[in-house]
Design a protein. Sequence first.
Lengths: 353, 353
Amino acid sequence: MAVTIYDVARHAGVSPRTVSNVVNEYAFVSATTRERVKRSIDTLGYLPNLTARNLRRGRTGMVALVLPEPLHIPYFSELSAFVLDEVAKRSYTAVIEQTDGEPERERALLSANDRGRLFDGFIFSPLGLNSKEIASLAVKAPVVLLGERVSSGPFDHVAIDNVSAAKCAVGHLVALGRRRIAAIGHQPYETGETARLRTQGYRETLEAAGLAYDKRLVVSTPLFHRDNGAEAMARLLALAKPPDAVFCYNDLLAVGALRTLLRAGVRVPEDVAVVGFDDIEEGRYLTPALTTISPDKQAIASLAVKQLFKRLDGDAGRPVDFEVPFRLAVRESTQGGSEACEGPPPRPKAGRP
Amino acid sequence: MAVTIYDVARHAGVSPRTVSNVVNEYAFVSATTRERVKRSIDTLGYLPNLTARNLRRGRTGMVALVLPEPLHIPYFSELSAFVLDEVAKRSYTAVIEQTDGEPERERALLSANDRGRLFDGFIFSPLGLNSKEIASLAVKAPVVLLGERVSSGPFDHVAIDNVSAAKCAVGHLVALGRRRIAAIGHQPYETGETARLRTQGYRETLEAAGLAYDKRLVVSTPLFHRDNGAEAMARLLALAKPPDAVFCYNDLLAVGALRTLLRAGVRVPEDVAVVGFDDIEEGRYLTPALTTISPDKQAIASLAVKQLFKRLDGDAGRPVDFEVPFRLAVRESTQGGSEACEGPPPRPKAGRP
DNA sequence: CTGTTAGCGCATTCAT
DNA sequence: ATGAATGCGCTAACAG
């Protein structure tokens, strides 16, 4: 079997306690003893058994990143890459769980049922469960929510200001002189508030610009994938008076919309300008390259992980909302000047009562 | 604290041993006892502590998927989604480790150093380490290699037939009447054999077609990313006699190449036809949509996971090589007819001596 | 500053 | 078919 802490103790002529102290960098160990123990550790090739340590400490050493979509959705794979790195920095193990937005899976993972006990904490991007259900979840471990805000319940929350971001995107189109600006990605039901907030920003911007709100220009989509965007765009092109610009609620929708436009021989941005949301890498290599709202994904990941570990370390303060910075990345699909709008620097927006 | 096996035992009036038997579906438990215990488990809401179980069983309950690139690289995120699902099916936990192709990280993960002891097994897609180094790794746990073949060492291996696939891609271009077919993605050094095999297929196909091999048409790239493809294509366009077709060693290179072509006003496929490799979703929504070699990623994932669990269950047979099927997905970037070539069905290619 | 010892929760060997 | 008892490897409460 593997070499244990007792083997090291015997080899170094000390007690297991002391070995443990050295391994865990306990301060009060004499320099000489520490050296001797370290040498024994090296000689024997000792490695702590993390399972035993975790059992003893009452932790599992794992946090889950709970995603509403499969990992091949670019926004989530880009975000995940950051989260994995942030967690690894802290010598913890991150596990990615794909719920596909199924309420059952989300519930099972978070509630102390199923594998709930497997994780010390969660970074949770919800989709299937609505705010009320999330708030009423019987979670034992700390949870940091991504995106969807939940107004009650003991949950920290990290997100972009969706209304401002949408205003920024649509404002850009207005500034370019577009008059019939469509929106793709609205969600009418209680599927969560993100889409609603973006529609709100869209609408407020039109009104502020004195443009009529035409609900035929607002297309709902069941999901935020490429095919939904393609289909929605086709519907818009079929209109008697098609739009001269489109604001897509994410880049994948924009990719689909762009494909429909190009296949139809519509020039982008001359005939129709396109703006996306998320700034996935794919958008930068489209032709034309996609103008998009670029949220600071690295900041999302690091804020979420940082806050989660604060909780794991025992911080019991009230739930915190973090607002993450964004900027408008102006590229060829709008070919606008270089005006831009930015979000705030990353800091807690407010402690919620 | 949480409810333990002892609590259940007391509640059901049996010994912990019996509860354990019921939980683990041990055959020889009387129906009545089993029922009683199950009822107690439900009443108390008992959940086995996996950490304790793993400590006792000498396992960690985790396997690692070791990736050479960050998760935002589409091929790997698509593959990972499948692997996570396959592992979850078996009530195991999969952990994604990103090495960024750094030999040190690869070595540390696999050798029983570092976190090596954390995992019961590995699915390893190598990049930084060459065959020799991999073969000489002091791994204790079972390893299934993805992609790169290692001719010795106790490693199972899952991969596509790279030579055939490249022949299929280039053959398609030849059949379309292209005469100056370039290749993007060669790797001259000992970076692994994948690129070399694709170049071999490329070269053999040209020769079989009576086309001259012109090494100015073969561009090496340090990585397989979009920018590498864009840059390589620019170099090809600068040639006195530019190519009329390009075979890119992966789709990301093709994405970059395509962008360069379109920005330069070159028509695709009329002036230059483009073929990629991997069939990532992104390619299907490009305009023109990308013709590409489509490996069966689901098969790669399920074969790899299945084989890994065979090893975890004690199978000590000799290393197995699995060959995964592929097909040519003909789309707009070559606009060829619908001729295609397919790889074999998924089955062990051969047991290696 | 360091040794002794008792569990963490479970699976399992030895009994019966 | 089931009980009693042991120990997986580690940390920490309790000495000293």
